[in-house]
Design a protein around this ligand. Sequence first.
Ligand code: GLN
Length: 490
Amino acid sequence: MAEFTELSVADIRDGLKQGVFSARELTDAAYANIEKQDESIHAFLELTPELAYEQADKIDAAVAAGDELGVLAGVPCAFKDNMNEIGTHTTCASAMLEDYVSPFDATCVANAVNAGAIPLGKTNMDEFAFGSSTETSHFGKTMNPWDHERVPGGSSGGSAAAVASGMATIALGSDTGGSIRQPASFCGVVGVKPTYGVVSRYGVVAFGSSLDQVGPFARSVRDAAETLNAIQGRDPLDCTSQESLVDFTANLGQGVKGMKIGRIPAFMEVEGLQPEVRETFDKALLKLEGLGADIVDIDLPHADAAISAYYVLGPCEAFSNLARFDSIRYGHHAHGANLEQRYEASRAEGFGREAKTRIMLGGYLLASGVYDKYYYPAQQVRTLITDDYRKAFEKVEAIVLPTSPRTAFKFGEVSDPTTMHLSDIYTVSINIAGNGGMNLPIGLGAESGMPVGMQIVGPQFHDEAFFRVGAALEAVCDVPRIAVQKGGLA
Ligand code: GLN
């Protein structure tokens, strides 16, 4: 039933309360849609109808009893496959965890389900979240719903594609260096990386523990805000999570009149910034001005070192986090004549090429005599970049920049790692600094016809600032939120 795919989180809640439809009907419609589309998109690695229908029946019983419904009641939702969910495979799209079945729920998953979300299934991703295209998945690629010859972005490409195609109303992803915002940009949906600490990371398989943050994908700013409301908060199981009592929907209608919004001129000089991205971005800036925002030029003097720092810090943390996949505690088992050989064979068979590259890089960078040349300076750069943002936010209330220098590329088009890493140029700096940011679809590229996104960043622990800007700009940017497949029917 196509019309179900268009419903917002609030539409679903209201429709359930008024008896327009049941949670079971919503679940039926979601799976019918997945059956129709996912063969050609491959957003899902596993579907979980038992969990979904069990939840739907709970919601329908709550409606019948007249009980208060959670914020996400009846909302079809997908989880990235690095999030533990009891009884599901949590593979991180890796052969290493192919047979691993979660014995517990990640806190973000539990929070979404406790708020009433219907857990449809687990989504495809780059292996262990290493990548920007979802091409490194051990289980095959995910297609961009707008154009099946193009990548959905990554690493949370499956979650972005599930939402952009209408197969899920919302999805959760994780973002270490852009893995929510960049695929959201490539697929034309809203994607939010909250400030580090807003959402618990407990039960999410770690990549870079000081950088990882969980956040929502949605088709509107409001749906993203409602989802974040449901999953945020202090969790005793993650000591980096913070008490957060912000209602992210509170100032969505406030507009941006008089608001100071920063633009970074140096970022528009980046090599590889596509003309169609620049054009669409500049038009959106004019729209913000038209809405009464005061656009102010700012400088982040050390941001050009962000990508280098990220590709030191990220692999170092990954190296340490992935040490646990040794076939004894976790992971694929291979045979070996002794323990050493068993470790070696298990890791050689279990990890894909990109994961091995990151592990080797991290191991090298942390070796004695090497770490003081790379790891220490990268940490120093981190402090400088964090300080750049802090100072910038003394002058402005939000900062805007492109999410990605380019629109979604074709499969195989970007094969060298350097070009792939450069596609993260606009996203990594806020993982380094800890700030939160959102991708907002602002138009379609004049050349490719693919979605272009604007990234809106807020001061630390003031994510409501980018929600406010996002909602105002969204109202004047007419971008279809369910992918219009190129060459096909709308
Ligand atoms: N593309 C980046 C990387 O490969 C970011 C990945 C992420 O955010 N998980 O490291």
